[in-house]
Design a binder for this molecule. Structure first.
Ligand code: PAF
Length: 301
């Protein structure tokens, strides 16, 4: 595996005669990231990964400075997984001048859920992802389903900006007890780690209550109380339409959002293509660590 730092070196090192797969990361790689590389190896013939902790997506009170940076281990893991090229720019390589041009994702998707609690987060993500796409020019890009809202927003960005990139969303990798793998799990003390799976278990319980016909409002309140009683500070726990993250409005819900990924020309078509697809989503703080997770499910028999 070759490692490059500058955009010029990157462009000179990619074999554009091959199908280029791209896996953007912020490093501190775990098995979930390596699943992305494995999938990229399966679907493309030249795999590029990036490791870049993107300051633009961190608010001033967030963990940009303390975000785990484990470059040598990351490079070894990527090489062992078969990655051909690692792009690891320094801040001034990717942002030689302050990034004045930014990508503003639509409020309907980007100011809810994560966006409500991390204002500006998706603007930072879209800006760096579009820039990385422009640097790498991949045929296919791979993102984890654990960041459900991020993946949905990037999918919409690709579609609305007509980027010639296929997006692949890879399932969440979990620890044996069900905890979603995340770089931030490394912040947890032993006691917090043992407790951390409760976020996932709460989402599982929310799904069962929803399937049993309990109202979403009640489910949300109960889930909040349950985690709070265990010492968590939840930001949100909710069930949304997996198509566009719209709230549940009743059994004959019709989605009117305008997001139209390429599989369907309209939301009506989307609904018939993906009827009854839901996602339970949550973000909560245990100690000082904020974890997010989600659980996709269908109400189809
Ligand atoms: O999911 C991440 O690791 C980051 O948000 C991404 C997509 C690499 C952009 O910095």
């Amino acid at each position: 595996m070759k490692t490059v730092r500058t955009i010029a070196e990157l462009r000179n090192s990619i074999d554009y005669g091959k199908k280029v797969g791209f896996v953007p990361t912020m490093g501190n790689l775990h098995a979930g990231h390596l699943d992305l590389i494995t999938e990229a190896k399966r679907q493309s013939s030249f795999v590029v990964a990036s490791v870049f902790v993107n300051r633009l997506q961190f608010a001033p009170n967030e963990d940009f400075d303390s975000y785990p940076r484990t470059f040598l281990e990351d490079a070894k893991k990527l090489e062992a997984a078969g990655c051909e090229l690692l792009f690891a720019p320094g801040e001034t390589d990717l942002y030689p001048v302050p990034q004045g041009f930014e990508v503003f994702p639509p409020d309907g998707l980007a100011s809810i859920l994560e966006g409500e609690f991390r204002p500006g987060f998706f603007k930072g993500v879209c800006t760096v992802v579009l820039k990385l796409f422009n640097c790498v020019k991949p045929d296919i890009a791979f993102f984890g389903r654990k960041d459900f809202q991020q993946a949905m927003i990037i999918e919409n960005m690709i579609q609305q900006l007509a980027l010639p990139i296929k997006m692949v969303k890879v399932p969440t990798r979990r620890e044996l007890d069900g905890l979603a793998m995340s770089s931030r799990n490394g912040y947890l003390s032993d006691a917090e780690r043992a407790e951390a799976v409760q976020l996932f278990l709460t989402l599982c319980q929310m799904r069962e209550s929803f399937k049993a016909g309990q109202s979403v409002a009640e489910i949300e309140v109960e889930a909040m109380h349950q985690l709070q009683a265990r010492g968590w500070k939840p930001d949100y726990l909710t069930i949304r339409n997996a198509w566009d993250l719209s709230p549940y409005v009743g059994s004959s819900q019709i989605t009117t959002e305008v997001f139209t990924p390429d599989k369907a020309a309209s939301s009506q078509e989307a609904l018939s293509a993906y009827p009854n697809q839901w996602v339970a989503l949550g973000a909560a703080r245990i100690g000082t660590t904020r974890l997010i997770d989600n659980l996709e499910f269908s109400l189809n028999p």
